[in-house]
Design a protein around this ligand. Sequence first.
Ligand SMILES: [Zn+2]
Length: 326
Amino acid sequence: MSLKLNTRILAAPSLFPNSNPRGPSEIRFSNRWGKAKADLLSLSLLNQRCRRDQIRCCEKAGGGGGDVSKKTGVWWDLNTCPLPAGFDPRWVLPCIESAVEEEIGFHTEVTIYAMGNLEYISIDLLEKISSSGIILTHSPCDCIAKNPKGLMLFMDDWFGDDFSNPHPPGYVMIISGDQKMLDPWRFRSFGHTTFVAFPKGVRLLAPHAELQFIGELFEYVFAKQFVWETLLTDNLAQETLLYTCDYEPRCICYICDDVYEVCDEFITHLKSEEHRKELFLLQEEARRHLLDLLEEEEISLIEAEKKRQEAASPWGLCVKEFTEWK
Ligand SMILES: [Zn+2]
């Protein structure tokens, strides 16, 4: 069977500035490393450069070992890495299961969280995703893309939802077209083997001098880099088409910290006044937090200047060394 992967038109959510309404092939990463004289390099090219033939399992994960108790947690950013046109959402779970299994050599229980600002996704698609065993997670307000702790909080929930019996280190996959989401530094400390998937043609925007380092960092941290569309089509087997889901639907509103087992009720909730109020309160809180940070920043700048002046005196050597070290 051949699937035609058309460029999907994605509504551009203002809260996700990296999303591009022209479609995933046009997505460009934000320039975290500066805007001047930045060069572009496709992550696909980086992937080719950093060919990897073998899976690398982290030491803490205890190797590949064939331990069927291990689990795979998948976080799929719907806003920057949409479902290719014509691809049935019901096929996503079995395709990812198959891709992970092929890499590690045995089957794991895969849980997928489809996250992002779901108000930009059609209700029809949300219902199909929910009925396919994928957990919908409404998480706007840049709580994932801009807040480095956002995704980590989700992962913490998944890893340690039961402290008396936390998940053993297993496998993680992050699917996104947003460079901030794919930042390899985030995934180094968890002790899980981490896979990454990004849309075809997604570009990394960074100063030329940084590109090799970033490529090496991807190579070091991620056990396998997938192109999203290829991951899906390569794992589309005959039995995938017949896949039926027996999971109970689950939908989470990250804003209100509510969980729904009926997708219709979840969608009704997203339109409710109660939800809007929570969203407003959260935005206010974020604004106040930002103002507090700015205030702290001003204080630290004054302190830094004081230390700099002390360092200029003959008695300020220790201070100078400390500030340089910092
Ligand atoms: Zn809500």
